[in-house]
Design a protein around this ligand. Structure first.
Ligand code: FEO
Length: 409
């Protein structure tokens, strides 16, 4: 089927030719309520260059958008900034259709693309510091290993002053508006943070070091063009600063209480803990896993200094939604958090110990050993919950104040 779709002009010489996935609501576990885009960019110069491709089922959309500007067979070069299949899925087919002179990838890009598509793939290796001349513009490459795959790479286009940042600075959001300033600020802030928390939080130290290294390349970045969501043209420095802040993960004066409950006893404990936290002036949000998913929890974990986790004990184990969240957070490794466990139980009560094991493995500072209540919490148990919440709030404030003190000379 030939689709009739248009490219979107990013600058005089660069077009967005990607695909919009309005239907995807779950991106291997990440809830993408707003869908997503797979961005590819066409650079019109003496050497016509395609930056990245799209997920395999969207090949015709990519071809249609390219065809609205030029005949796809006129493409000379393809750059693969990232081997994950939402950007490389139709690369082998595009190579067959376009027959480009060269396909560029990082050293790890070569390994990973061949691991996906076979050793017949002909690739030119480019490393950090390498450049290729397209005519009026030059492409310069920066390997950004583990942001978020070993093959990840940034490509900077001089002249048009665009940083093609693959997954970095992206967000999962379908839409035909191609610039962040065309969307409401609150949507951009939330979706940008959600993307960082769920895809990149684990790599915070590496992200900080890439941000610190960028000035050394003397790129004059006017536009950041990621592989998902809108481009940053109005103030690209804003999203770089957000990444610096999120990667530093300084404790925020906010706590989340994430819980699941069988007969409302654990929920009742959660409310008492919330009152205790709130009494100290720390903002608190109760997150019931009957209402929210893991992507929401990870986003709020990024924005919070404290994680309090509650689960009833079921068959000597955690409630499955809590086990899911703890496994997920253990992988994402949020930094500089404090927290504790709580929950109701009937006769064995393993949930506290199991939550504590996860929190400890995630380097969460425990502010108490946990709060347990047999069956339905009585007044004494609820006082204990309130007090544990208040102690956590006070510890968070102490931690924030200590972090704000000037360093002693
Ligand atoms: Fe959008 Fe790591 O792929």
């Amino acid at each position: 089927m030939k689709e009739l779709l248009n490219a979107v002009k990013i600058t005089e010489k660069v077009y967005w030719v990607g695909a919009v996935d309005w239907e995807i609501k779950n991106f291997h576990g990440y809830s993408t309520e707003r869908g997503t885009t797979y961005n590819a960019y066409l650079v019109i110069d003496k050497k016509i260059t395609l930056i990245d491709t799209v997920k395999a089922p969207f090949r015709d959309e990519l071809l249609a958008r390219i065809s609205s500007v030029i005949d796809p067979e006129k493409i000379d070069y393809i750059v693969s900034n990232h081997a994950e299949m939402d950007h490389s899925g139709c690369l082998p087919e595009m190579i067959k259709i376009v027959k480009p002179e060269k396909v560029f990838a990082s050293p790890m890009g070569e390994k990973n693309l061949k691991a996906h598509f076979g050793n017949d793939l002909q690739l030119e290796i480019v490393k950090t510091g390498d450049s290729i001349c397209l005519g009026d513009n030059t492409l310069s490459f920066v390997e950004t290993r583990m942001i978020h795959w070993p093959d990840s790479m940034f490509t900077y286009l001089s002249g048009e002053k665009i940083l093609f940042s693959q997954d970095g600075f992206g967000m999962h959001m379908a839409g035909l508006e191609r610039f962040a300033d065309e969307y409401p600020d609150y949507v951009i802030e939330w979706e940008g943070a959600k993307y960082y928390a769920n895809i990149l939080m684990l790599y915070a130290p590496k992200i900080l070091s890439v941000i610190e290294s960028l000035p050394g390349f003397n790129f004059d970045i006017k536009i950041i063009a990621p592989d998902h969501g809108p481009c940053w043209r109005k103030n690209p420095g804003w999203i770089i600063e957000q990444y610096r802040k999120w990667s530093a993960q300084k404790p925020e004066k906010r706590a989340i209480i994430v819980y699941d409950t069988m007969w409302e006893s654990t929920a009742t404990m959660a409310k008492a803990i919330a009152d205790g936290i709130s009494s100290t002036g720390v903002e608190v949000e109760l997150i019931s896993l009957k209402a929210r998913d893991r992507s929401y929890v990870a986003t709020m974990a990024l924005k919070s200094g404290a994680l309090v986790i509650g689960s009833s004990t079921l068959n000597n184990q955690l409630l499955p939604p809590i086990a899911d969240i703890l496994t997920y957070l253990k992988g994402l490794r949020p930094l500089n958090k404090i927290g504790f466990a709580f929950g109701s139980y009937g006769w064995s009560g393993e949930s506290i110990k199991q939550i504590n094991e996860y929190l400890t493995a995630t380097d969460v500072e425990l502010t108490c050993g946990g709060v347990k209540s047999k069956y339905v919490p009585d007044q004494a148990a609820l006082h204990e919950c309130f007090n544990a919440g208040a102690a956590l709030g006070n510890r968070l404030i102490e931690k924030i104040e200590a972090g704000n003190k000037p360093a002693e000379k």
